[in-house]
Design a protein around this ligand. Structure first.
Ligand code: RNT
Ligand code: ZN
Length: 417
């Protein structure tokens, strides 16, 4: 792209005028990891077989070229990651185990079933994160797992949770960076329950058992993800926000805040400071719900800016683990990764290019006129010129040049699947 350097020089001067160091901002941005979710590559199918996606989540669309094998998924990820600047991780679900054709029950999973993922991550110098998969399974068909009234079913899922934490820890040990192992369960009910308490007490007890084994946080960090509703669990979700906020605070766990898991006008950006007042660390599932928890591809909208501002303004980079969580099957899936992850990086860059100390001073002085005026002026500062330069420096395409590569890949690889 032409004039990237020139535009950057001007942008740097312009930002210097308001007291912002663009080189420093880029250096910081390059160190903030974003965990890509492997499940965007195949509509949350995994490699267990062809069972449908359950748990009240849904990937709509049937865009051609979805990854069908571990090799294809990794090949697609390789391309996406080449087109995204900055530091990345990969978030793997347990249904992406590679068992060599053998049927391995989820409560029997071991780290060896993820050795290809670990080798792949090692080669690329990136960390892995992990998730138990409490859905798309016959023992989840009733709509409940860890809170199921049947002790046998609960036991199965408890064993799954225990297996997953061990796998996460092994990943963390092998790769030298702790895996965040997240627990999300779909448990809930379609219609109004009479007893809202018993399932929650069962869930608490199940979680206590899953988490009873002490694991060094150097290797594995545990997160729990709350939710408001899902398809088929419209009236009641066992693991609600209050449930997991309480559970995480009491047990020193990470709380996972998914951007699609709250009332439509409720935002997770405002929850970050509240959660971090009581918890050491949190995990984000950055997503984009449209009218419901639809998991649209993340874009640079107001909430994404706000999420990034909350992380950067309070210097929470070490306490907020940024993961993505969406699955759009209606567009090119590699492009979906690239668009969402680049958007997250752009939002972080915009936040890093803010004269935060100055704004905080204006605010504490009570000058809300200047606060509003400055926040508005900041929106049209030449952030894009810094972004282009940052991409070029990171040796990834600036502007929409990346799209050409994805289109070529679509013609040469995806279309032949
Ligand atoms: C579901 C949760 C959960 C899943 C993934 C696949 O509503 O957001 O995080 O999307 O784990
Ligand atoms: Zn999520």
């Amino acid at each position: 792209m032409k004039n990237v350097d020139k535009a950057y020089e001007l942008a740097r001067e312009r930002y210097a005028e308001i007291g912002v160091d663009t080189d420093g901002a880029m250096a910081k941005l390059a160190e903030i990891p974003i965990s890509l979710h492997c499940w965007q590559g195949d509509d949350v199918s995994g490699f267990e077989g062809s069972r449908e996606l359950t748990g009240g989540i849904q990937a709509t669309g049937n865009y051609p070229g979805k990854a069908r094998t571990p090799g294809e998924l990794r090949q697609d990820l390789d391309l996406a990651m080449k087109l995204i600047p900055g530091k990345q991780r990969l978030n793997v679900h347990s249904i992406y185990a590679e068992t060599g054709g053998e049927k391995v029950e989820r409560n029997q999973l071991e780290v060896k079933h993820f050795s290809n993922w670990i080798a792949w991550a090692k080669q690329r110098g990136i960390g892995l994160d992990f998730n138990g998969s409490f859905f798309s399974h016959p023992l989840a068909d009733s709509g409940t797992t860890l809170s199921n009234a049947d002790a046998g079913i609960r036991k199965f899922w408890i064993e799954h949770g225990i297996a997953c934490r061990r796998i996460g820890a092994a990943m963390g040990k092998e790769l030298g960076t702790p895996a965040v192992t997240n627990i999300w369960i779909p448990d809930g009910s379609k219609d109004i329950p009479v007893d809202r308490l018993a399932p929650r007490l069962r869930l608490k007890e199940s979680l206590d058992r899953v988490l009873s084994e002490k694991i060094d946080p150097k290797y594995n960090l545990d997160a729990v993800e709350c939710k408001l509703f899902g398809i088929g669990s419209e009236s009641y979700v066992v693991g609600s926000h209050e449930f997991y906020m309480g559970y995480a605070a009491k047990n020193n766990l990470l709380l996972c805040l998914d951007a699609g898991h709250f009332h439509p006008t409720e935002v997770i950006s405002d929850k970050i400071t509240s959660a971090l007042t009581f918890l050491p660390e949190i995990l984000l599932h950055v997503s984009r719900g449209v009218r419901w928890d639809s998991d649209h591809v993340v874009i640079l909208n107001d909430e994404l800016y706000a999420i990034a501002q909350e992380i950067i303004r309070h210097d929470f980079c070490d306490r907020v683990h940024i993961g993505l969580d969406y699955f759009d099957a209606s567009i090119n899936r590699v492009a979906a990764w690239v668009i969402g992850t680049r958007a997250m990086n752009k939002a972080l860059l915009a936040a890093l290019l803010e004269p935060t100390a100055k704004l905080k001073k204006i605010e504490s002085d009570g000058d809300f006129t200047s606060r509003l005026a400055m926040l508005e002026e900041l929106k049209f500062m030449p952030c894009g010129a810094v972004w282009d330069y940052y991409c070029a420096k990171q040796q990834v395409p600036a502007g929409d040049v990346w799209l050409k590569e994805v289109k070529n890949y679509e013609t040469n690889v995806l279309a032949k699947r």
